[in-house]
Design a binder for this molecule. Structure first.
Ligand SMILES: [Zn+2]
Ligand SMILES: [Zn+2]
Length: 448
């Protein structure tokens, strides 16, 4: 995943409408089924219109450059608008329900679930599959994002902090995240998790209204690209190291109430810190949120697991397969040695050198250069974070057989730590306290 560099965007003076991709070409769908329980839906390609009554499934299937409507003779041009007539106010489960929508693309939690979206839609035929775009105003989008990223059971001060961060992030990345596509941002972890009104509660709508129009603004008077991730594991990272460019307003910092002095870029200090009492005074640690209580606060597609400290292991076969399938080293057969390098200030490895044996018995050294690539390499789907201690097991030929990982945090570790922000809100901190803890070089400004 390559992040676009951050643009300098001035604070807005009014809300905006968004185009959110909810079915992408890479989902490779040739057919899509949806329905609205309460309203009629008007399908139109500019030449032809068909109205679908409430409660009736509507299936559109691609046929060459046309979209065919099931149970109807209608054939539409390659782009179609889907307008919901007599729309209701934004409310839990309001809108159009789409069947089998993909969530968590490419991550270890990928699945297909039915999801309901407010607003109107466009359907396009892309080169690899259908593209469905949801047209929605920013504030409604945010109420849906905060109830998709984490559960609506989270305290209101957490929800408000997540809303201000998500609002700021969205504004900065509207133009650059998906260039040359008929949408501005996608509905998944690549941008922000957006599952429409599927998990929405009135409390999420109220939280967004309470901080309506508020953005994080940097000292140079630009909107902060307010990155966030699930759990930092104890330390927030430097965007320059993780993404390769500076993000004004963001910096490396401890997620502890009373930070201790430690240099996590050093292997020995990281290993000592990983299981120490000092690391457990972080806001994302079980001290602030006991692990048995965490599942009720997580997003519906999150995995109930250990986020602050975790263990897993990966076989050399899986790593070789990843080198062949994900990285294009088609002849990789076995791993002789693997060296993890360049730990970041939060303890995340950002580089690895892998000595491999190819199928023709030749040897080569492969260099992996980002934390994101490392995570894609070291797990069947995606390793939770690259802040880990690795224990390498060898087979009788002195080749790598498997690697055990003892890790900290989930995600890239830049910006707001969602579980830490939850921990802060549960201990009585306000959304302003939370935002100033994670984005200390910004101010909160009401722009409309
Ligand atoms: Zn995206
Ligand atoms: Zn944290």
């Amino acid at each position: 995943m390559k992040e676009p560099e951050v643009k300098s965007i001035c604070p807005p003076t009014d809300s905006i409408d968004l185009l959110v991709g909810i079915v992408l070409e890479e989902d490779q769908k040739d057919s899509i089924t949806f329905k609205s329980e309460r309203s009629s839906i008007l399908l139109s390609d500019g030449l032809k219109q068909v109205q679908i009554p409430p409660g009736q499934n509507c299936t559109l299937t691609r046929s060459g450059n046309h979209l065919l409507l099931k149970d109807n003779d209608a054939s539409f041009q390659s782009s179609l608008s889907v307008e919901v007539l007599d729309k209701s106010e934004l409310a839990p489960k309001s809108g159009v329900m789409f069947y089998a929508m993909r969530a968590g693309r490419g991550f270890h939690w990928q699945k297909e679930i039915d999801q309901t979206y407010p607003g109107d839609f466009e359907i396009h035929i892309g080169a690899k599959g259908l593209i469905v775009v949801n047209k929605i105003d920013l504030e409604s989008y945010l109420a849906c994002v905060i109830s998709s990223e984490m559960s609506s059971a989270c305290p209101k001060e957490f929800a408000k902090s997540q809303a201000v961060a998500a609002r700021s992030w969205a504004l900065v990345f509207l133009t650059d995240k998906h260039p040359d596509k008929p949408f501005q941002i996608c509905n998944d972890d690549d941008c922000q998790r957006y599952q429409g009104t599927t998990h929405l509660l009135q409390s999420s709508i109220d939280a967004v209204q309470d901080c309506d129009g508020e953005f994080l603004v940097t000292k140079s008077n630009h909107v902060c690209a307010a990155y966030y991730a699930k759990s930092c594991g104890g330390y927030i990272d430097d965007p320059k190291i993780i993404f390769g460019f500076d993000v004004p307003g963001l910096t490396a910092t401890s997620d502890a109430e009373n930070p201790i002095k430690v240099d996590l870029s050093k292997d020995d200090q990281f290993t000592a810190w990983l299981d120490s009492n000092e690391s457990s005074n972080c806001y994302c640690s079980p001290i602030f949120i006991p692990e048995e209580e965490l599942p009720k606060y997580l997003g519906s597609v999150d995995v109930a697991s250990r986020y602050f400290r975790w263990q897993t292991s990966t076989s050399a076969e899986v790593i070789c397969k990843n080198l062949r399938d994900k990285f294009g080293y088609k002849n990789c057969f076995a791993i002789l040695a693997i060296k993890f390098l360049d730990r970041s200030p939060s303890g995340r490895y950002t580089k690895a050198e892998i000595s491999v044996i190819n199928k023709d018995s030749s040897q080569e050294v492969i260099t992996i250069k980002t934390q994101y690539s490392l995570r894609a390499l070291l797990h069947e789907t995606f390793l939770y974070s690259s802040a880990f201690k690795a224990v390498i097991n060898e087979n009788s030929n002195s080749q790598v057989e498997a690697i055990s990982f003892f890790g900290a945090g989930w995600g890239h570790g830049v910006g707001l730590c969602q579980i830490g922000a939850l921990g802060m809100s549960l201990s009585g901190k306000s959304y302003r306290d939370i935002l100033m803890h994670y984005y200390p070089r910004t101010e909160i400004r009401k722009c409309y």
